[in-house]
Design a protein around this ligand. Structure first.
Ligand code: FES
Ligand code: FES
Length: 158
């Protein structure tokens, strides 16, 4: 074992994972490659597309730009942790499905988590607030209108 590696405990989706990480390893790498949660996507890998968004303490966070060691001791949520224990989709997920807000789906985990965080702090956001909250999440397929509508509808049914 290389001496600069360190064992840390990550709390992901309310489960503890003891992982061996290098100091420079990102949360994205560790989530996907070590923990095995591949719902979090790797897009640009440089902080500009939002595909890797996870929630850290319920705050949208770019996992590609966060060191895994910096996330120790914090509550991390990935898209795998969002549905209920019975498998029931979160209202934001349900609304994305029902309102055609998913095409290729690559941006969807990050979009959904950013929207979930927004609705937790602002249960009735207006269109501008939704656009601002999702501003860091790029989508190359949908043109955004259906995503915004899906968040608006999720806010109503939630
Ligand atoms: S993969 Fe992290 S912002 Fe693009
Ligand atoms: S649905 Fe394809 S990138 Fe958004």
């Amino acid at each position: 074992m290389s001496s600069n590696k360190k064992v840390i405990v990550l709390n992901v989706n309310n489960q503890e994972y003891e992982v061996l990480v290098k100091p420079q390893e990102t949360l994205l790498e560790v989530l996907r490659e070590t923990v095995g949660l591949t719902g979090t996507k790797s897009g640009c890998n440089e902080g500009s597309c939002g595909a890797c968004t996870v929630l850290v303490e319920n705050k949208p966070t770019l996992a590609c730009s966060t060191l895994a060691i910096a996330a120790e001791g914090k509550e991390i949520m990935t898209i795998e942790g969002l549905a209920g224990e019975d498998g029931k989709l979160h209202p934001v997920q349900q609304s994305f499905v029902e309102n055609g807000a998913i095409q290729c789906g690559f941006c969807t985990p990050g979009m959904v988590l950013s929207a979930k965080s927004l609705l937790d702090r602002n249960s009735k956001p207006n269109e501008e607030e939704i656009k601002e909250a999702l501003g860091g999440n790029l989508c190359r397929c949908t043109g955004y209108a259906k995503i915004i509508k899906a968040v608006q509808i999720a806010a109503i049914v939630k």
